[in-house]
Design a protein around this ligand. Structure first.
Ligand code: HEM
Length: 264
């Protein structure tokens, strides 16, 4: 048997193992992804130079350790993977981790770092936030509340975009009524894009050097571009002190897809 046949067989073995474990994975995942009071962490990594230089069979051994760590922690935390390589600066992979307790995320990241795969990871950045009940939507008109119920369909093979945001002290000093009126304008500008852009908001004040992490999924990047241009025109945008820096752009991938891509 040739060396490439052995490598292909190792890869297939890795996939079959994962299909079997997928069957019982993701305990509480739905809850972690939808409920308020959940911590969201975005951890961005680059692969070191030694990664591409290693023997293909060794690469698969290392990827097996990645799968092992993800599967070991999947009962406590919800883990999503994104390929950033080629689209974001100096970064190859992003993990989005949801957990009821931030220490569970820490345990996953520590195990990842000490795995054989983790030895090839260089940390590029990390951000933390918390999901919360909406602050302003309860004060919106009924029609707007109903419009916000529309289900977003990001389409097949969506891109993911992450934009950290910090607002000014002036914004936080305004009374709730004024902020709610401006957030209503924000929402009116975004509604035309609700169908194709799926969003999630994380509150970061005090947990990180930010106020919000905004996360989006869409297969229509042109819509996303127009959405941001519309938002830049509303009054609320004038209170933004940091928008992006970095803006993270990547493609959503399953664990198996990441393994297959990195095995090559
Ligand atoms: C489909 C597109 C979008 C919709 C429907 C939407 C809608 C909303 C709504 C309803 C809120 C208020 C949540 C609450 O009551 O607490 C909100 C908050 C927020 N949105 Fe958007 N949004 C969209 C896109 C964006 C984009 C593209 C950005 C910036 C990149 C953004 C940044 C924010 C931020 C930072 C907040 C929190 C503001 C604050 O609490 O001060 N949104 N959005």
């Amino acid at each position: 048997m040739t060396r490439s046949c052995v490598t292909a067989l190792m890869l297939i073995g890795l996939m079959v193992g994962s299909w079997l474990s997928d069957a019982h994975a993701a305990v509480g995942r739905e809850k972690l992804l939808t409920e308020p009071g959940v911590y969201g962490t975005f951890a961005v990594f680059a692969l070191d130079e030694a990664w591409v230089k290693q023997d293909p069979a060794m690469r698969i051994v290392n990827l097996t350790s990645l799968k092992g760590v993800v599967e070991q922690h999947r009962e406590h935390v919800a883990i999503d993977l994104y390929l950033l390589r080629g689209l974001s600066d100096h970064a190859d992979l992003m993990f989005r981790i949801h957990a009821a307790e931030l220490r569970e995320t820490q345990e996953f990241l520590l195990d990842l770092k000490s795995s054989q795969f983790g030895k090839h990871l260089k940390r590029v950045g990390i951000m933390h936030g918390l999901t919360k009940q909406p602050n302003y939507v309860p004060e919106f008109p009924d029609q707007m509340k109903a419009d916000l119920q529309a289900i977003s369909e990001p389409g097949q093979n969506p891109y993911a975009i992450v934009i950290p945001i910090r607002k000014s002290a002036e914004w936080w000093g305004l009374d709730q009524e004024k902020r709610a009126a401006m957030m209503q304008e924000h929402t009116a500008a975004t509604l035309p894009y609700l169908k194709t852009v799926k969003r999630k908001l994380y509150h970061s004040s005090g947990l990180d050097d930010l106020d919000f992490i905004t996360y989006f999924e869409t297969s229509k990047l042109e819509d996303f571009h127009s959405l941001v241009l519309s938002l830049e025109k509303v009054r609320e945008f004038r209170y933004t002190r940091r928008f992006g820096h970095p803006t993270i752009l990547g493609t959503m991938k399953s664990l198996d897809e990441v393994v297959e891509l990195l095995a090559q």
